[in-house]
Design a protein around this ligand. Sequence first.
Ligand SMILES: [Zn+2]
Length: 217
Amino acid sequence: MSVGQAVLNLLFPPKCPFCGHVTFNPGICSSCQTILPWTEEAYQVQMLPGGTPCASPLWYEGPVRQGLLRFKFSGASGAAETLGGLIAECAAERFSGEFDTVSWVPVSAKRLRKRGFDQAELLARSACRAWETRPEALLHKTADNPAQSSLAGGAAERRANVLGIYEPVDSTRIAARRILLVDDIVTTGATLCECARTLREAGAAAVLCITAARTRP
Ligand SMILES: [Zn+2]
């Protein structure tokens, strides 16, 4: 650890993104290490409707749910670093050599103004630091639709809520590329499927998805 980093750690002590306790080193605290609900190998990659594979290292429950909710509203950089690291590790394990660029599921311009950051972009940026590259903004969200988590209905309502609301930023950067798409959570997969469909329509050769966590089937 550099002196600069040590001073920063004293001023802004690193916190475990899952329980919020101060840790000596950035990352997951030792008690969370043992209790986190990691996805079993058979559940790490799921096939979303439309044939898009999606990998997730964690189940969205208990401390993972609390940690991701806290991250969504704070955008804490330490949490982004740790969660992005988990995403990078899982993508390397499951999708190694299968993608040549990284992007994310964007929030709307209105949401971005209100919150000040895009949580999926922070995760993508942090995951890319592990590969010494940068994610590319390939999609634009054209409408500020109700949050998927606010809908009472099932999968059909979630699909309808996101239909047609993403647009390619620049199709020349999408054509023939194999894209790894990052988001924080996957539930029914409606959002990721719609993003993947939009990217494929714009000429993407393949779309793979990765999220920090997934809900139980
Ligand atoms: Zn912890």
